[in-house]
Ligand binder design. Structure first.
Ligand code: HEM
Length: 364
C-alpha cells in the first residue's frame, strides 16, 4: 500500500528527485550543536499549539457570559478536554522559552550577521507575534487573572500623550475591559495572528534554506569570515545531509520538549494556572495583587522601578527596536563573541539583569 502511494507520487512529481536534491543534498555543518535544533523545536511547538487550539475551539464559547464556564466544562466534562487544555497552556509557556533560547543562541553564535540580517528581523517579528498570542490568549478563559492582567496591560498605552488613550480604547473596545475586548482578543488569537505567524515562518525558513545554515564560530572548524559581496549558497561538502540526519536530531529534541511538557502536566499541572485562573472574572472586585506571566515579569518590574511610566515604556520600546535592527548596527565581520569581550560582557550583564528583575518581580 505504502509502496503503491510512493510509486504513484514518484511517477507524477518525481518524489525521489525532490528528496535527493532538496533534502539530502542540503548540507549541514558537521559541528552543529544542539542549539541548532531549537528553531525546529519552535516550529513543532507551534504545530502543537495549533492542533490543541483547534480542539479547544470546538467547545470554547467566546462570550463573556459563557467563556469561563465553557473552559471549566472542557476541563471537567469533555473527554480528554483537560489534556488538550493543559497541553495548550503549558505549550504556550514552553514555546516562549524555546523561542527565547533560540534567539539567545543565534545571538551568541553571531548567526545574525551578514547575510542573515533579514532572517533575524523575521525571527524578532515572530517573537513579537508569539508574545501577542500569549497576551490575547490569556484573556480568553475570562477568569479574574485574565481580566485584571488584561486591564493592567491595556492601560499601558495611556501613558503616551495624544494617541495613548485612543490606542487603549481601540484595544479594549471601550474604556474598560469588557465582552467587546474578549471578542477582539479572540479574533486576534484565532484569526489574525496564526496566518501572520505562518507567513513569517515561510519567509524565515525560505531565507535559511536559500542562504544555508551558518556554522558555529567556535573551535577549529569555525567558518572563515569570507567577505560577502554577492549572493552565494553556503554549503558544506564535508558536512552531513539535512535529511535524515539533521531531521532526526531535531525530532530527538522535539521528544525532549514533549517529555518536559508531560512532566509539567503530570506533576505540576497548576504551574501556569495560579489561583486567580480558577475564579470567574469580576470587574467589580480587584484582586489583592496581580502578576503577569513569567516572561513579562522583567519588563513589568522595570516599569515599577521607573517612576515615570512614559519614560519606562519608551525605554523598553527603544530597546526592542534596537534589538530588531541589531545586525545593521553590529557590522563587524567577527562572529565569535568570545573574541569580543565588550559585547560578551554586555550580553552576560543583560541576561543577569533579566534574571534578577524576573525573580524580583515574582517575589515583590
Ligand atoms: C516561532 C518562532 C521561530 C521559529 C519557528 C524559527 C525557526 C527556525 C529554524 C527551523 C531555523 C533553522 C535551524 C536553526 O538554526 O535552529 C532557524 C534559524 C534561524 N533563526 Fe529562527 N525561528 C523562530 C524565531 C526566531 C527568532 C526570535 C530569531 C531572532 C530574533 C530567529 C533568528 C534565526 C536566525 C538568524 C537563524 C539562522 C541561523 C543559522 O543560519 O545558523 N528565529 N529558525
Amino acid at each position: 500500500m505504502w509502496q503503491r502511494i510512493r510509486n504513484g507520487l514518484e511517477t507524477r512529481i518525481g518524489l525521489e528527485d525532490l528528496i535527493r536534491t532538496k533534502l539530502k543534498r542540503y548540507s549541514v555543518p558537521r559541528n552543529t550543536n544542539i542549539f541548532y535544533t531549537l528553531g525546529g523545536v519552535a516550529l513543532a511547538a507551534f504545530i502543537i499549539q495549533a492542533v490543541t487550539g483547534f480542539f479547544l475551539l470546538i467547545y470554547y464559547v467566546p462570550h463573556s457570559d459563557h467563556a469561563f464556564r465553557s473552559v471549566q466544562q472542557i476541563m471537567t466534562s469533555v473527554p480528554y478536554g483537560w489534556l488538550f487544555r493543559l497541553m495548550h497552556v503549558v505549550g504556550g509557556n514552553l514555546i516562549v522559552a524555546v523561542v527565547f533560547l533560540h534567539m539567545l543562541s543565534v545571538f551568541f553564535m553571531g548567526s545574525y550577521k551578514k547575510p542573515r540580517e533579514l532572517t533575524w528581523v523575521a525571527g524578532w517579528l515572530m517573537l513579537l507575534v508569539v508574545l501577542t498570542f500569549s497576551l490575547s490568549g490569556y484573556l480568553l478563559p475570562w477568569s479574574q487573572l485574565s481580566y485584571w492582567t488584561t486591564t493592567v496591560v491595556t492601560a499601558m498605552p495611556t501613558t503616551f500623550p495624544y494617541v495613548g488613550d485612543y490606542i487603549a480604547n481601540v484595544l479594549r473596545g471601550g474604556e474598560f475591559v469588557s465582552g467587546v475586548t474578549l471578542n477582539r482578543f479572540f479574533a486576534l488569537h484565532v484569526a489574525l495572528l496564526p496566518p501572520i505567524l505562518v507567513l513569517l515562518m515561510v519567509v524565515h525558513i525560505f531565507l535559511i534554506r536559500r542562504i544555508g545554515l551558518s556554522s558555529p564560530p567556535f573551535g577549529e572548524q569555525a567558518e572563515k569570515a569570507e567577505p560577502w559581496n554577492e549572493y552565494r549558497h553556503v554549503s558544506y561538502p564535508d558536512g552531513y545531509s539535512f535529511y535524515p540526519y539533521f531531521v532526526l536530531k531535531e525530532l530527538y529534541m522535539v521528544l525532549i520538549y514533549l517529555v518536559i511538557m508531560f512532566f509539567i502536566i503530570t506533576f505540576v499541572p497548576t504551574l501556569f494556572l495560579p489561583e486567580g485562573a480558577n475564579i470567574p472574572a469580576d470587574p467589580l472586585k480587584t484582586p489583592a495583587y496581580i502578576k503577569p506571566q513569567w516572561y513579562f515579569l522583567a519588563p513589568y518590574q522595570m516599569l515599577k522601578l521607573i517612576p515615570n511610566k512614559f519614560l519606562g515604556i519608551s525605554i523598553q520600546l527603544f530597546l526592542v527596536g534596537m534589538f530588531i535592527l541589531w545586525p545593521f548596527f553590529d557590522t563587524k565581520p567577527e562572529r565569535n563573541i568570545l573574541k569580543r569581550p565588550l559585547l560578551l560582557a554586555t550580553f552576560m550583564a543583560s541576561l543577569l539583569l533579566w534574571v534578577v528583575l524576573t525573580i524580583w518581580g515574582r517575589s515583590s
